[in-house]
Write a protein that binds this ligand. Structure first.
Ligand code: ADP
Ligand code: C5P
Length: 261
């Protein structure tokens, strides 16, 4: 940075001594591809079928980055909840259909984060099918949105820079889902299998799998794919470094991009 700084200063001094007008716009936002406000410059979407390892992949990325400027938002937080739920109602409900989510609220939260405003995002209770008290999410440089349908809805899809699809074998996903839903989500095996056959699998085939074509990166084997996760982490680190450089030296970055050095 210091060397680059000196080069730029030399360049400016040379321009001044030549008598040429020095035009350096000040306090420009950092630009990657498009003009994003500096606090919302990299947005990742991580999708894939149920129990494909989306959460696991996001957790590994966040742990490896070890950077406070990364936040995770779950699409589950935007499930529409029942006023009064009965077991019959729950068993007939398709939680894997796009209409199960309050997409308008998700879009409005993402828009606020984009504008630099903090938002309240609820947590979701899979046992009771209800919202838990919300948490405050501050705007951040890197926002990861994770969920089964984040690549399905065009307006949600268009919010992002990097689209990731976690591609794990269906049998393995079902086995993990049975294990998880019976242990962590308070379900019995028969209800997991019924829900899977009636709603989860058909919706995966109708909505989730077709959204794979929008992904920039497909990660086979989810959290076991160290190489893919490493590449993503490196990419985010590079972008964060460039971002830091431009925050500290806004003029350098403008000159840098103007001269295309
Ligand atoms: P998703 O967010 O896509 O639903 P999760 O990351 O929550 O998936 O994983 C679903 C279940 O499978 C969890 O219980 C998790 O511990 C388990 N799991 C995820 N990835 C692996 C893996 N690579 N090996 C073994 N178990 C895994
Ligand atoms: O973590 P995962 O991506 O698997 O979460 C999404 C899944 O949670 C969906 O496949 C949906 O069937 C399930 N779900 C559920 N009960 C709810 C809400 C979602 O079984 N109340």
């Amino acid at each position: 940075i210091a060397a680059l700084n000196e080069n730029i200063k030399d360049h400016l001094r040379a321009q001044e001594s030549n008598g040429s007008e020095v035009k350096v716009p000040r306090k420009q936002p950092f630009i990657i591809g498009k003009s994003f406000p500096s606090f919302f410059f990299l947005r990742l979407r991580v999708t894939g079928g149920t129990a494909s390892g989306k959460t696991t992949v996001c957790d590994i990325i966040i742990t490896q980055l070890h950077d406070q400027r990364v936040i995770l938002v779950n699409q589950d937080s935007f499930y529409i909840t029942f006023d009064e739920d009965t077991p019959q109602q729950v068993h007939k409900y398709n939680f894997d259909h796009p209409d199960a989510f309050n997409t308008e609220l998700l879009l409005s939260c993402m828009e606020k984060l984009k504008l630099g405003e903090a938002v309240e995002i609820p947590n979701y209770d899979f046992k009771k099918h209800k919202m838990l008290p919300s948490r405050k999410v501050n705007p951040s440089d890197v926002i990861i949105l994770e969920g089964i349908l984040v690549l399905h809805e065009p307006r949600v899809r268009d919010l992002m820079n990097m689209k990731i699809f976690v591609d794990t074998d269906s049998d393995l996903r079902l086995a993990r889902r049975i294990q998880r839903d019976t242990v962590q989500r308070g379900r019995d095996i028969q209800s997991v299998l019924n829900q899977y056959a009636e709603f989860v699998k058909p919706s995966f085939e109708e909505f989730i799998l077709p959204s794979k074509k929008y992904a920039d990166i497909v990660i086979p084997r989810g959290g076991d794919n160290d190489v893919a996760i490493d590449l993503i982490v490196q990419h985010i680190r590079t972008k964060l470094c460039q971002h830091d450089l431009c925050k500290i030296y806004p003029n350098i970055c403008v000159i840098h991009s103007t001269l295309q050095i």
